[in-house]
Ligand binder design. Structure first.
Ligand SMILES: Cc1ncc(C[n+]2csc(CCOP(=O)(O)OP(=O)(O)O)c2C)c(N)n1
Length: 383
């Protein structure tokens, strides 16, 4: 294993002083090191990976210096448009070093949402015509790989990728905490809301630990999982999935469980939901000001006024709460809804050490959810 410091120092020695990206669990030790050692002007945790590529392009044009962009391979999809239509040598030719955490690497067990992404990663990089180098924990001198990648990006004036295998970085603990120390945990807040749901209510829940906590709570209550759609991938899209369901099923309330990092990632969805007029959609954002599920790197979540944003977008009601009683009051008032509503619950960071993972597959989850709605699956009706 290689210390984040060694890699960071090598990258710095290559004249790179600006860092941006979206955190990833596989890169969490490196991301934490950057968060602690680069001042806020020169390290931007971006809303999404496409924004990070664009920030890197702006920094380059203002300085002539290449930058470092980090992301999980799930985020490559968000980055493809600016990679191909902005940074590409056939367009503005912007050099940058992109560090990608390789989730779902073939032969290594991982979650289902990572398996295809992991399998196609290197082919995808080839299709994008991006030069790539692998950083593996067994390398004796990863510095030489990084230096070589930087030579290529300077010579060809284009993005070059470092593909990082799991286990490459040794441990580093984030020192800078940015979270509310008050309040309740995400799990407790989720349980309070689930206890207040009506029998027909559906929950559409976001990427990360929240969905895992919800799954365990349904187990603890001895219920099935058919009322919940657990969005294991597609970070930032949970509210749009919920809107799609709510738009088709006015007879059911749809409660969207979102995270601050995920909501900020594709915040444009709030504008469209706000204008939808759907009175059966309740958007709950569990805001801990952090990407808690992947190491706790800060988001801007605690510095922005999410209810004001939602109201400006047209949500009928939007409120921020911290206390269990205020959660209950808000949920009770929503019975008289007249348009989409938003509840921000400010929570503290952290989760149980023994938190498990759903034992059902994504397809089983989808089928149970559709079954609960009485929808005949396409493959059944075709047969
Ligand atoms: C496109 C994409 N980028 C990055 C990730 C890695 N990732 C998984 S969960 C997560 C953090 C989510 O943060 P938030 O929504 O605030 O929820 P929390 O974990 O704090 O409960 C990240 C960055 C991902 N799954 N997909």
């Amino acid at each position: 294993m290689i210390s984040p410091k060694r890699v960071f120092d090598t990258i710095r020695d290559q004249g790179i002083s600006f860092f941006t990206g979206v955190p990833d669990s596989l890169l969490k030790n490196f991301c934490a090191y950057v968060t602690d050692h680069v001042d806020e002007q020169a390290h931007v945790i971006a809303a999404n990976e496409g924004n990070a590529i664009a920030l890197a392009a702006g920094w380059f044009m203002a300085s002539g210096e290449p930058t470092l962009v980090y992301m999980q391979n799930s985020g490559l999809g968000n980055a493809i448009n600016p990679l191909v239509s902005l940074a590409d040598p056939e367009v503005y030719s912007i050099p940058m070093l992109i560090m990608i955490g390789w989730r779902g690497e073939p032969g290594k067990p991982d979650e289902p949402q990572h398996s295809k992404q992991g399998r196609i990663l290197t082919e995808l990089l080839d299709v994008l015509q991006l030069p790539w180098f692998v950083l593996d924990g067994s390398l004796e001198e990863p510095e030489s790989v990084i230096v070589r990648a930087c030579q290529v990006l300077r010579k060809r004036m284009m993005p070059v990728v470092l593909v990082v295998k799991s286990g490459f970085f040794s441990h580093y603990s984030l020192q800078k905490e940015s979270t509310t120390q008050c309040c309740i945990t995400r799990e407790k807040a989720m349980e309070i809301i689930v206890d207040l749901l009506e029998p027909g209510d559906l929950v559409v829940s976001t990427t990360g630990k929240l969905s895992r906590e919800l799954y365990e709570y349904r187990e603890a209550r001895g219920e099935g999982h058919g009322k919940d759609f657990l969005t294991v991938g597609s970070m930032g899209h949970v509210s749009s999935i919920a809107m799609g369901i709510a738009a088709r099923r006015h007879d059911r309330r749809v409660i969207c469980f979102d995270g601050d990092g995920a909501a900020i990632m594709h915040m444009g969805a709030l504008a469209v939901i706000g204008q939808s007029g759907l009175n059966n959609l309740i958007h709950v954002i569990f805001n801990n000001g952090a990407h808690d599920s992947v190491g706790g790197q800060p988001t801007v979540g605690l510095n922005i006024d999410i209810p004001q944003i939602a109201k400006a977008c047209g949500y009928r009601d939007a409120r921020s709460v911290t206390e269990p009683d205020s959660i209950k009051d808000f949920m009770n008032q929503l019975r008289f809804a007249n348009g989409p509503a938003l509840l921000e619950v400010r929570i503290k960071r952290g989760s149980r050490k023994d938190l498990g993972r759903p034992k059902t597959t994504p397809l089983e989850n989808r089928d149970a959810f559709m079954g609960n709605l009485g929808v005949v699956r396409m493959e059944e009706s075709d047969g």
